[in-house]
Structures are given as structure tokens and as C-alpha cells.
Design a protein around this ligand. Structure first.
Ligand code: AMP
Length: 427
């Protein structure tokens, strides 16, 4: 029988690395709470139409990367539906915003999520078919200030804080504005015209994009195309006065808060719903897949999927890439040792050892429990690998109430009264 393996592009996360994932999630939750974000959990699969309309039919995600299937009706009352594993979470959040009429409160909704996303991409380091995103959205009626450039700046400042608190130094914030949908339409037209004579000299993908979705040409990574792309018109020149003023207000607030950024005129991002501010945080340690996170404003998304006017701004960070970055920066997943290993001397001591372990665990100590069938040498070897100390528990110890504790770092062996053991191990 052939052995079964995790599907290509998916992977198992194992300890000790999972401790790092938990630390990242705990830090993110703590930062989000300080900025008054609440958690939203949306389903992992949705109606395919949500992504077709929300993300855009022409995007790589929708045109070739979605896991989509026909979900057969199980009863007469049901109909067969086309469903998709979510490739991103913003469309789902906005769907939920509309479905639960969250805009009715008149307040801004500040929502964050942590969870798996699915895209049928070509797997490589930092790019998987199941990956985890940590993201947040600020969305609401215009009267609640959802269009304000202050919201953009606050989200970017929060991200700078989060990366700093995670211990990820050396990031770069790349910033751009893609303008209003009218600006984009104008820019698309300008690009399309500029590409007519140039596209035949470019890669096959760009030749297709030049016709179907000219903005995507700016994402091209083919080296030979780069000098040509540099000569193309810039979106900055197609922005109307309002978009220019909005962007200037975002950068002024970032300057005031001391958040560094660089303008990247080619940053138009892979999803169709973006308007005005777009951004990416990159990190040199990641290699080819250098984007830690991306996001932007999506003032028309709610209407695109049948909702009320509800401008918003959000981002999604690649949690897998945060882990990779931290692993490269430090020995972040180094095994953390438990406080003590309890070694029963003989199987008749097992029950007493369980009871001692229970007492110590109840006061919050991290305890590994050995087994009375082990020879003492084996217990010491196992303890040295997993714990800071070993506590020996034999008949004499139980009778006298005095335990022998050896601390591995110092090699010192001490007699400790059972009543004092928890305090001793906590030191
Ligand atoms: P996007 O939703 O495409 O804007 O991506 C936002 C972030 O999610 C990126 O900057 C990456 O960090 C991460 N990401 C996107 N696709 C993948 C993938 N296939 N594998 C791992 N991380 C990804």
C-alpha cells in the first residue's frame, strides 16, 4: 500500500514551531484589542459568486487558483450550489457586514480574523496552497468617517507596531494610491494605449494582460520586461484632486507618527477591489516571496457584492511568512524546557508521581511525568532533554516528605521539603 501524505502545498505544523504560531497570534490579538478591533470568524467556504464579484473575474486568484466544486443537493428543498474554499477573507467579512447589517449601528466596524485561506498556486518556500492569514478590516458608513485618510494611517501605524512587537525588524512599507475607480479607469485606458506598441516585445503573460487587465502588467517579474515597464505612464499622473489630497493626508499622518514608508508607483496589487491607498510590507529575509502582508482601501467593494455604500480599508498578513521571517531572525522555535520532570522510582511509585504532578500543575508549573518502569539513567536522560530539573520520587521520599531535586544548568542536587517544592521550582 502506498503511504498517504499531506497534499502538495499543504503541511503539518508541529511543535516546537507551533509555539511560535501561538505567540504570533497572541501578539496580534493583543495589539488588535488595544486598537479596539473585535474578532470575526467567517465560514471557510462561500458561494463562488462572492469571490467572482468581490475579488474580480480577471484576477489570477479567481481565474485559476480557486478550489471550487459543485455541492450536490441533499434534499428537494435544497439546490445544487457552486462553492469555493475562501482564497482570501475580505470578501467574506464584507459579506457578513452586509448580511448582519452591521452598518445600521452608524459606527465604524473594526474586525480582525485569523485563519486558513486556499489558493491553487505553484508551491514554493513561503507560498502554499493552504496558508494562514491574519487580517483586519475597518468598514462603515461614510458618516462614521470610513473614508477618512486617518483610518488608513492608523491601520498602517498599527501594522508597524504589530511587526515591531513581533520582533520583526527591518521591514519596508511600500505605499501607493490607485485612486478612485474613475481614476483607475482613466489610468487603465492610458496604460492600454501605451502598451499597444510595447506589448509585442514583452512576455506572453504581459501580451495577454495588455488586453485583458493592463494594470497587471505592473506586477510582471520577467527581467527583460522591466525597462519597458519603467517607461509606462504612472498612476500618480491619473489621480484626480480628491485622490491626491487623500494620499497626501495619509502620508502627512504617517510622517507625524514617525512611520517610515517608500512610494512604489507600481504597487497596484492583485485584487480588483482596491481604491486609493494600497500598501505592502516586505522583508528582505524572505527571498522571492518577500511580501509579509498587503492591503488597501476598498471603497466600492460592498456595492460590488450587493450591499450599501460602505468604504473600508484592510490588510492580510501571511502568517506562514511571519513564522519564516522570525525563524530566520532568531532561534525562535527553540524548545522551551518545562520546569520539572518527575521520575518515579519503580512502578509502585507511579500513582504517587501522578498526584505530585497534579499538585504542581495546578499551581501553574509546567511538568513532564516520567514512568516508574524506567531505569534511573533513562529517566535522567529524558529529563535532561525536556526539563530544567528532575525530581526523584521513591518510597523514602514519600515517607520522609523530602524530595531530591537536581537542577541541570548548575548540576546541583538539593533536598527540598514537599511543601516547598512548588516555590523552589518557580524560582
Ligand atoms: P493577498 O491576499 O494576495 O493580498 O496576500 C496577502 C498576504 O498573504 C501576502 O503578502 C502573503 O504574505 C500572504 N500570502 C498570499 N498568498 C500566499 C500563499 N499562497 N502562501 C503563503 N502566504 C500567502
Amino acid at each position: 500500500m502506498s503511504t498517504l501524505k499531506a497534499i502538495r502545498g499543504t503541511r503539518d505544523l508541529l511543535p516546537p514551531e507551533t509555539a511560535l504560531w501561538n505567540r504570533i497570534e497572541a501578539t496580534a490579538r493583543s495589539v488588535f484589542a488595544r486598537y479596539n478591533f473585535g474578532e470575526i470568524r467567517t465560514p471557510v467556504f462561500e458561494d463562488t459568486a462572492l469571490f467572482a464579484r468581490g475579488v474580480g473575474e480577471e484576477t489570477d486568484i479567481v481565474s485559476k487558483e480557486m478550489y471550487t466544486w459543485e455541492d450536490r443537493a441533499r434534499a428537494q428543498s435544497e439546490k445544487t450550489q457552486t462553492l469555493t474554499l475562501r482564497p482570501e477573507n475580505t470578501a467574506g467579512v464584507v459579506r457578513a457586514y452586509i448580511e448582519h447589517q452591521l452598518g445600521e449601528s452608524g459606527q465604524l466596524q473594526k474586525l480582525y480574523y485569523i485563519g486558513p485561506q486556499f489558493r491553487r498556486e505553484r508551491p514554493q518556500k513561503g507560498r502554499y496552497r493552504q496558508f494562514s492569514q491574519i487580517g483586519a478590516e475597518v468598514i462603515g458608513p461614510v458618516s462614521a468617517g470610513s473614508e477618512s485618510p486617518l483610518r488608513d494611517a492608523e491601520v498602517l501605524e498599527m501594522l508597524a507596531t504589530l511587526l515591531d512587537e513581533l520582533g520583526i525588524s527591518g521591514w519596508t512599507l511600500q505605499l501607493n494610491s490607485v485612486g478612485s475607480s474613475a481614476d483607475r479607469e482613466r489610468y487603465n485606458q492610458a496604460l492600454r494605449e501605451a502598451l499597444v506598441p510595447l506589448a509585442p516585445q514583452m512576455c506572453v503573460d504581459c501580451q495577454r494582460r495588455a488586453v485583458t487587465n493592463p494594470l497587471r502588467v505592473l506586477d510582471c517579474k520577467v527581467p527583460a520586461d522591466q525597462p519597458i515597464i519603467e517607461t509606462l505612464p504612472r498612476i500618480a499622473d491619473s489621480l484626480d484632486a480628491d485622490s491626491v489630497a487623500h494620499f497626501a493626508a495619509v502620508t502627512a499622518a504617517l510622517d507625524a507618527a514617525g512611520v517610515p514608508y517608500t512610494r512604489n508607483h507600481r504597487l497596484v496589487r492583485g485584487l480588483d477591489y482596491y481604491t486609493r491607498t494600497t500598501f505592502e510590507f516586505t522583508h528582505g529575509g524572505l527571498g522571492a516571496q518577500n511580501a509579509l502582508l498587503g492591503g488597501g482601501r476598498y471603497d466600492g467593494l460592498s456595492e460590488m457584492i450587493g450591499g450599501p455604500r460602505a468604504p473600508g480599508i484592510g490588510f492580510a498578513m501571511g502568517e506562514d511568512r511571519l513564522v519564516l521571517t522570525l525563524l530566520a531572525l532568531e532561534d525562535a522555535a527553540a524548545q522551551v524546557k518545562v520546569d520539572a520532570y518527575i521520575a518515579p522510582l519503580g512502578e509502585n511509585m507511579n500513582a504517587a508521581a501522578l498526584n505530585l504532578a497534579r499538585e504542581l500543575r495546578h499551581v501553574g508549573l509546567h511538568i513532564e511525568l516520567g514512568d516508574g518502569s524506567f531505569r534511573l539513567k533513562k529517566s535522567f536522560e529524558a529529563a535532561d532533554k525536556t526539563a530544567r530539573c528532575i525530581v526523584i520520587l521513591g518510597e523514602d521520599e514519600v515517607k520522609s516528605g523530602i524530595l531530591t531535586v537536581k537542577t541541570f544548568a548548575t548540576g546541583i542536587q538539593t533536598k527540598v521539603a514537599r511543601a516547598e517544592l512548588a516555590a523552589f521550582l518557580s524560582e
